[in-house]
Design a protein around this ligand. Structure first.
Ligand SMILES: Nc1nc2c(c(=O)[nH]1)N[C@H]1C(S)=C(S)[C@@H](COP(=O)(O)O)O[C@H]1N2
Ligand SMILES: [Mo]
Length: 367
């Protein structure tokens, strides 16, 4: 098509594009700042289970859409360098990889929020988004060490910069609302999504929801009859229980929301942790209860919260399957899935929290 004919249409767009475009160094700096924000808010969001944390997910999505515009500024600027083979340098390879990771994280994030339910085996698009995001961080740092230039004073015009950034972030927010609206219009599978973005897995019992474990956390099935549960630590009297002791009739309905992007509501049956604590009698100063898996995987809850948690032997009226943590697993209402320790063999009552649990959940199961 004759380009000049499109000009009357394109030139206002081009002018708007140029008007909101900050100077190159500011664009680069902003891309970096948004990646830092997305990494921190994304990882932190994994610990948010309560609806009061909705705004964090919103901020993450809006910042992501704003990132798309800054990335477009950047790619438009370096386009010529990328298409000119004479200018291919080693640092360019790094730049290209960084761009791929950025586009990958962005695209998977947007499509995920858009309601797609693409799965690669048990991986949802969200897991792939996280993988791209985590890949982006080291690439970006390496990219920066070769290329980063701090913005200069002449890059910052207070009024202009404020206007530009307001326009860009408001644009991101509007785009996000627009996307939600489009989701509803198109009837994408959004109805049953939680504020965390997780998609529902319906049904009851073992087969209704996926088995989700970290890379190497894959123990052999545990023999119920020889399994025991040790309750130890800051208690008046330690206790060792057998399966028949914990196969009890406390029942709760609780929602398991996995950070890989799905959730399920199930009836869980077993023994209330509060009843267990009553039996052992927490010593004075006892503040935390730690649940330890046969694999070493572990998590702790503040003692008051732990009382309302359940050590479950059954789900949806069925005995827990091995994959879901038989003989017993922790059911921690109001916590994200990764905190629901499976294959529990020990309960430690503690005076202190256990910061190392963060690392242990990532590497447990590796020898
Ligand atoms: N011991 C142990 N417990 C674990 C995990 C694990 O890898 N090892 N994965 C956690 C994660 S990430 C989730 S979402 C839930 C999933 O429970 P499910 O496999 O029964 O669906 O278990 C949690 N408990
Ligand atoms: Mo999970």
């Amino acid at each position: 098509m004759d380009r000049t004919r499109l000009d009357p249409l394109l030139s206002p767009l081009r002018r708007a594009w140029e008007a909101v475009q900050p100077p190159p160094r500011l664009v680069d700096w902003t891309l970096f700042a948004i990646v830092v924000f997305e990494t921190v808010s994304g990882l932190y969001s994994f610990t948010v289970a309560d609806h009061s944390g909705w705004w964090l997910f919103w901020a993450h999505r809006i910042a992501g859409l704003t990132f798309a515009v800054f990335l477009a500024f950047k790619l438009a600027r370096v386009r010529d360098r990328l298409t000119d083979p004479d200018r291919w340098l080693r640092s360019m390879a790094l730049s290209v990889l960084t761009a791929i990771a950025a586009i990958g994280a962005l695209a998977t994030g947007i499509v995920w929020v858009g309601g797609s339910d693409v799965r690669i085996s048990y991986w949802t698009l969200l897991s792939i988004h996280v993988a791209f995001g985590l890949l982006l961080v080291p690439l970006l740092i390496a990219h920066l060490t070769s290329r980063f230039r701090l913005p200069r004073p002449q890059d910052l015009d207070r009024r202009r910069t404020t206007l530009q950034y307001s326009a860009l972030f408001v644009g991101g927010a509007v785009a996000y609302r627009g996307q939600e609206f489009a989701n509803r219009l198109l009837g994408t599978p959004g109805e049953d999504r939680r504020f965390t973005g997780s998609q529902v897995r319906k049904g009851e019992g073992n087969d209704a929801f996926p088995l989700t474990s970290w890379v190497a956390d894959d123990p052999d099935p545990i023999d119920r009859d020889s399994w025991t549960l040790d309750v130890r630590g800051a208690v008046d009297s330690e206790l060792t229980l057998e399966y028949s002791d914990v196969d009890s009739d406390a029942e709760i309905e609780a929602l398991l929301d996995c950070t890989s992007g799905w959730y399920t509501v199930q009836d869980w049956r077993g023994i209330r942790v509060g009843d267990l604590l009553e039996e052992v009698g927490p010593a004075s100063g006892a503040e935390y209860v730690r649940f330890v898996s046969v694999t070493g995987y572990r998590w702790s809850l503040p003692i008051e919260e732990a009382r309302d948690a359940l050590l479950a032997t059954h789900v949806g009226g069925e005995r827990l399957s091995h994959g879901h943590g038989a003989p017993i697993r922790l059911v921690a209402p109001g916590r994200r899935g990764f905190q629901w320790v499976k294959w529990v063999v020990r309960v430690d009552v503690r005076k202190r929290s256990d910061p190392a649990q963060w690392l242990v959940t990532l590497i447990s199961g590796f020898d």
